[in-house]
Design a protein around this ligand. Structure first.
Ligand code: FPP
Length: 224
């Protein structure tokens, strides 16, 4: 049976769900947050050690200001109301991406990371203002600055995921089949699952089905 340490998710479809059921994209983001909580529970249940969630890409700044503001206010509320609960459950929170948000949000994110730093049950990587190409370029610049040889091992050391195993599973909900600048390096050998359901409709049972399917896949890593 295939080992499973890390699941990465592109949580797509909030906007469409919100428009379809509540006539508001933002309502879809709120509903999406409920799914986040459900999936965290199932990740713990499955004894998976790392969960990476794509919450805001470097390209998402192109969205209307009102929607961006709402997303960040959701995230602030989440951090304020849930961080102690996450901490009590021995969950570590780490941000991947560049933290250049409001002073309030930056502080909340730093505090959440500091508070949960030593936790060991599950590590949640929140990809925020994250873009894989820019992550790789930053890593290459550091390699050059430190006069190091360019090879896989050295480059990996400078990625934001440096201490995290590559995801064995990458899920994208929302019936769209692309990677959208997410973990391009780290997902080189991930099993990719494109899920038709929109993120707010994605259930624990859907997640469990994907895990079950993954466990049966013959993973060759280029061999036969
Ligand atoms: C993509 O759906 C989703 C996002 C850009 C935001 C994801 C955010 C959440 C799930 C809530 C906040 C999360 C945390 C962890 C606090 P979309 O808006 O692109 O959907 P669409 O393709 O239907 O327009």
């Amino acid at each position: 049976m295939n080992p499973l340490k890390h699941v990465a998710i592109i949580m797509d479809g909030n906007g469409r769900w919100g428009l379809k059921y509540k006539k508001s994209r933002n309502a879809g983001h709120r509903a999406g947050l409920n799914t986040v909580e459900k999936i965290i529970k199932e990740t713990i249940n499955q004894k998976i050690k790392y969960l990476t969630l794509y919450a805001f890409s470097t390209e998402n700044w192109k969205r209307p200001r009102k929607e961006i503001k709402y997303l960040f206010s959701l995230l602030e509320d989440f951090l304020i109301t849930k961080i102690d609960e996450l901490n009590n459950q021995n969950i570590k929170l780490k941000v991947i991406g560049i933290k250049n948000f409001s002073t309030k949000l930056n502080k909340l994110l730093n505090l959440a990371e500091k508070k949960t730093f030593k936790n060991t049950k599950l590590q949640i990587n929140l990809a925020l203002n994250y873009g894989s190409k820019s992550e790789i370029i930053i890593a290459l610049k550091k390699l050059k600055k430190n006069n190091q040889i360019i090879n896989e091992q050295n480059l990996t050391k400078y990625l934001q995921t440096k201490d995290i195993p590559d995801p064995e599973i990458l899920i994208r909900t929302g019936n769209t089949q692309r990677l959208s600048n997410f973990l391009l390096w780290q997902a080189a050998y991930s099993e990719i699952f494109f899920e038709k359901k929109l993120w707010p409709s994605f259930e624990r049972s859907d997640f469990k089905k994907i895990i079950k399917k993954y466990k049966t896949i013959k993973r060759n890593f280029g061999s036969i």
